[in-house]
Design a protein around this ligand. Structure first.
Ligand SMILES: [Zn+2]
Length: 498
């Protein structure tokens, strides 16, 4: 904390110097104040402890999630921010109650497992089937297995997950593996945990809500043991008992806080982080740390009486882990306002240093981002990546043609703890989180005040983006292309005639 103060003072000196030498506008002093406040002793730390340690993991639909909604509402209210909860419907309720397995046959042991998202339940007495070596789950692996795969549990080998690239590789591989497995008529798919030392995590099934198979992640060391045994010709069976609470539609809530603009209140800058998490850990780096960041930015703006020209909305999304459902439903509920959304920012990659922003194939955003970051350039350097990125709540804004940014962080410890039992408060770099809050605040303030050259794109522009960048591949990874193609999750037009 002491070091942070020193750094904060240095930054303020730097800012003063910058203002003096560049003769920046009066607005600069507001952003300096905001940055300075966020680097000081704010309730950021205790907020994160409340959210992660006291409320805990908060899958959408869970009691903890509902508690976190009330908690977040109260935090914004206490800060004096206009806030509301906006209900939306999720298509399917799913929470794991318990999962266990038993390996029998030539050798018997009981590996720990966790159900993958939207896994089917098994009968209460369990489902027993042969456990087969599915290798890496490639087409060649399934041809080698042939008819034997039919009705069997297939064990899939994974690389150890070290970073974000590994995470995307894991998502990408699952699409093919699961397509081959379901075509072969498997009883279920069992992934070797990509994290060592018995660590379990909630791996997303490629089909999301449409998954109808028992799907598990097995602790890495015991999965390796099973592979060694199978490769020595031993015969193994797996009994899986998966108990899930799976039902139909239900309601969840986004939290939308707002500081109205002074000159262009109808124009909106929306910045957000998702409130929900999977329940194995306590959703600290994914994404409690950035939830408390949003609250703190709003709080400090109110405390300092800062109002920008445009309206700033602070969104805490729900249903993100279920397929970015909350932000998707927001774009429908606010269809009439979408033309006026000037920029949408998502912060969702933990608490490593913000290295820059993904500008989602919108070259016209590159210069404005650098301009907005000028007051905090001492916290850089910042480098933008002008590529679309799928996997968090910028997605539906991107598909609606709205200029969107995603903070790109140093992966730090994000990958190894992603969706895992170990994503807890102690993994958050609090010092860096404060610095990130300053960066995000400066960016937001900049966009909320600057003149802009861009507007909402057309559906044709969005299709061009899909066709000319790796966006299509990423959409496939999350099973999102069919919705775009058939219009069920497509471009929303303004409703006319009111
Ligand atoms: Zn996340």
């Amino acid at each position: 904390m002491h070091n942070l103060k020193t750094q904060c003072l240095r930054l303020l000196c730097l800012l003063t110097l910058l203002s003096a030498t560049h003769g920046l506008l009066a607005q600069t002093s507001e952003v300096d104040q905001l940055v300075g406040a966020l680097l000081g002793e704010t309730p950021l730390v205790s907020d994160l402890q409340e959210l992660c340690d006291e409320i805990g993991g908060r899958p959408t639909g869970s009691a903890a999630n509902l508690k976190s909604v009330d908690w977040a509402l109260e935090k914004f209210q206490q800060a004096g921010v206009n806030v509301r909860k906006e209900a939306f419907t999720l298509p399917r309720f799913w929470l794991e109650r318990s999962s266990e397995t038993e390996i029998t046959g030539d050798v018997a042991f009981t590996p720990r497992v966790v159900a993958m998202t939207f896994s089917a339940a098994t009968p209460e007495t369990g489902l027993t089937a042969p456990l087969l070596d599915g290798g890496k789950g490639t087409e060649a692996d399934f041809s080698r297995l042939g008819d034997a795969a039919n009705g069997a549990f297939i064990l899939i080998e994974t690389e150890e997950l070290l970073d974000i690239d590994g995470l995307f590789a894991e998502y990408a591989a699952a699409v093919g593996t699961e397509a081959h497995a379901f075509a072969a008529g498997v009883a279920g798919v069992v992934y070797m945990s990509s994290r060592p030392k018995g660590l379990l995590y909630r791996h997303n099934a490629s089909r999301g809500f449409d998954n109808t198979h028992p799907m598990l992640v097995m602790e890495r060391e015991h999965a390796k043991r099973a592979f060694r045994l199978l490769r020595r010709g031993k015969s193994l069976n797996l009994t899986a008992r998966i108990d899930v609470d799976s039902r139909g539609e239900y309601e969840s809530y986004n939290i939308i806080g707002e500081i109205p603009g002074t000159e262009k209140p109808g124009e909106i800058i929306i910045i957000g982080a998702h409130l929900d998490s999977w329940g194995l850990g306590t959703g600290a780096n994914d994404n409690g740390c950035n939830v408390v960041m949003m609250i703190d930015i709003a709080r400090q703006m109110k405390r300092l009486g800062i109002q920008s020209k445009r309206t700033i909305r602070f969104a805490l999304w729900n249903g993100e882990e279920h397929g970015m459902i909350g932000s998707w439903r927001y774009t429908h509920a606010h269809a009439d306002e979408l033309d006026n959304h000037v920029m949408a920012l998502s912060v969702d990659i933990g608490s490593g240093r913000i290295l820059g922003f993904f500008t989602s194939g919108r070259g016209e955003l590159l210069e404005p981002v650098m301009r907005a970051l000028q007051p905090v350039q001492g916290l850089g350097p910042f480098q933008q990546i002008n590529q679309p990125i799928v996997g968090t709540d910028n997605y539906d804004f991107m598909m609606q043609g709205i200029a969107n940014l995603v903070a790109n962080h140093d992966p730090f410890n994000y990958g190894p703890n992603y969706h895992a039992e170990s994503d807890t408060y102690d993994k958050v770099d609090m010092r860096q989180l404060r610095l990130n809050a300053a960066i995000v605040a400066a960016l937001t303030y900049g966009f909320a005040n600057m003149e802009v050259t861009w507007q909402r794109q057309t559906p044709i522009n969005v299709q061009d983006l899909i066709d000319s960048t790796p966006l299509r591949t990423q959409m496939d990874m999350f099973n999102l292309y069919p919705g775009w193609e058939d219009g069920s999750r497509g471009y929303v037009l303004k409703t006319t005639a009111k």
